[in-house]
Design a protein around this ligand. Structure first.
Ligand code: DGP
Ligand code: NA
Ligand code: NA
Length: 213
């Protein structure tokens, strides 16, 4: 059943959630799990801080530079656009991608600053649409308790409360919501099940679509 069809493509799976919701550690576990089952898979994250644009974003996030809210919004979007063709090639080649944050972070974080939501969505139009969005659901208060924040620009309780509201506006019935306050093993188990289903469904030739859906 794990054998790839000729037209099999990889699945684009996005993990979203507040800072400290556990996305990063869960995405590592998912990759090992799928690899163990014989599925080609890679772990990606946005922002990708390794590119030239990513370095500007990283400097902004660590408060080493100041940028207008619209400017940084477009840089985050550009950072996704610069990876679009590689993303498409990987998927078509049969590699699934587990992506830690995507356009939904882009819209939620910038809208939380007061930018217009439709304006925020516009530069994301034409990026590849995920086959699955999983939201790791944790209250802003609980997230803040988790060993504290790392000190980057957005890691403040009042701001994260705003972000949560915009995630809620963005989400639709297709999102899978997992209670991220459960023990890590339970989160992991539920994620594996949902993600494996998605990877299998993409193998059956389901076509890739584009944002904004
Ligand atoms: P991370 O590396 O996942 O901790 O992300 C860094 C921070 O940047 C985090 O607070 C979430 C925020 N972020 C991620 N993507 C975007 C985006 O596209 N736009 C904005 N404004 N913020 C983002
Ligand atoms: Na962070
Ligand atoms: Na909603």
């Amino acid at each position: 059943e794990n054998n790839l069809h000729n037209d099999a493509r990889g699945a684009l799976i996005v993990l979203e959630g507040l800072d400290r919701s556990g996305k990063t550690s869960q995405s590592g576990k998912l990759v090992s799990y799928l690899n163990g089952l014989g599925y080609p898979v890679e772990s990606w994250r946005f922002p990708d801080r390794d590119t030239a644009v990513g370095k500007m974003i990283s400097s902004y996030l660590s408060n080493q530079s100041q940028l207008d809210d619209h400017t940084i919004h477009l840089l985050f979007s550009a950072n996704r656009w610069e990876k679009r063709s590689l993303m498409e090639a990987k998927l078509k080649n049969g590699t699934s991608l587990i992506v830690d944050r995507y356009s939904y972070s882009g819209v939620a974080f910038s809208s939380a600053k007061g930018l217009d939501m439709e304006w925020c969505k516009a530069p994301e139009v034409g990026l590849l649409a995920p086959d699955l969005v999983v939201y790791l659901d944790i209250s802003p208060e609980k997230a803040a308790e988790r060993g504290g924040y790392g000190g980057e620009r957005y890691e403040r309780l009042d701001f994260q409360k705003n972000v949560a509201q915009y995630y809620n506006k963005l989400s639709d019935a297709s999102w899978k919501i997992i209670d991220a306050c459960q023990p890590m093993e339970d989160v992991e188990k539920q994620l594996k099940e949902i993600v494996l289903d998605c990877v299998k469904s993409c193998q059956n030739g389901k076509s890739i679509s584009q944002l904004w859906l």
